[in-house]
Design a protein around this ligand. Structure first.
Ligand SMILES: C[S@@+](CC[C@H](N)C(=O)[O-])C[C@H]1O[C@@H](n2cnc3c(N)ncnc32)[C@H](O)[C@@H]1O
Length: 219
């Protein structure tokens, strides 16, 4: 019995180390490591109370400030579709995009009625027409992209409005990047982590007041 427990513990520790190693590589832009991570379910530890609070709060901020009846949402870096469940009620249809085929398989298995999931990344959609989606989301993903400016331009091209979130660990670099942009930001304060929600609108839908009046540049 005691031996059984120690083997389980050893396997657990090995898995933890392996995940940490791949997260490090994935964070440095290694696409293969990013996909390898999804050999295990929920490799980023997103199915937790804290992260579900972030999903809930992000959806609330969108509803209160940008809209709650979108024709279309594009969710870049949707992973296993955990956040998609919170975004789907805001749109007629939502497209989730992730480079990991394993993640996309699990996202599809959730059976979200108005969602479709595709393997791909931000650059895969570069050929689409300007403003193809009412809202483009990039949550906890921008900091894996090597060139923020290029990613920002691509988001701007695809969406009439955009939302980016990032966690406290990367506040410095991304706050600095957004400080020169016309965006609005709010902070979600969780029990164990804080997240910045940065949003902006490029084309005003009919009947909605311009967001420009309360644009706040991050400092
Ligand atoms: C930390 S998870 C975030 C998942 C989800 N968006 C959330 O906020 O909980 C990062 C996700 O981004 C995906 N990803 C990494 N680089 C990407 C890229 N260039 N384009 C699209 N997705 C990417 C990863 O495969 C992973 O599923």
């Amino acid at each position: 019995m005691g031996e059984g427990i120690s083997i389980m513990k050893l396997l657990y520790l090995l898995k933890k180390r392996w995940l940490r190693w791949n997260v490090r590589k994935a964070s440095a832009g290694d696409a293969a490591a990013m996909n390898r991570l999804y050999l295990f379910e929920d490799p980023w530890g997103l199915n937790t109370t804290g992260e579900h609070f972030r999903f809930q709060e992000t959806a609330r901020i969108i509803r209160e400030n940008i809209g709650d009846h979108f024709e279309s949402i594009l969710e870049i870096g949707c992973g296993e579709g955990l956040q998609t469940q919170y975004l789907a009620p805001l749109a007629r249809y939502i497209v989730g995009l992730d480079p990991s085929s394993n993640a996309i398989k699990r996202a599809r298995a959730r059976g979200i009625a108005n969602a479709s999931f595709k393997v791909g990344e931000l650059t895969s959609y570069a050929g689409l027409a300007r403003g193809s989606f009412d809202l483009v989301m990039a949550c906890e993903v921008l900091y894996y992209m090597p060139d923020f400016e290029e990613a920002f331009e691509k988001l701007n091209k695809l969406g009439s409005a955009c939302v980016v979130t990032y966690h406290r660990g990367v506040f410095e670099s991304l706050d600095n990047f957004f400080s020169s942009k016309k965006v609005i930001s709010e902070t979600i304060r969780g029990a164990d982590c804080d997240w910045r929600v940065v949003y902006w609108r490029l084309r005003e839908p009919e009947g909605r007041p311009s967001l420009d009046s309360h644009v706040r540049i991050l400092s």
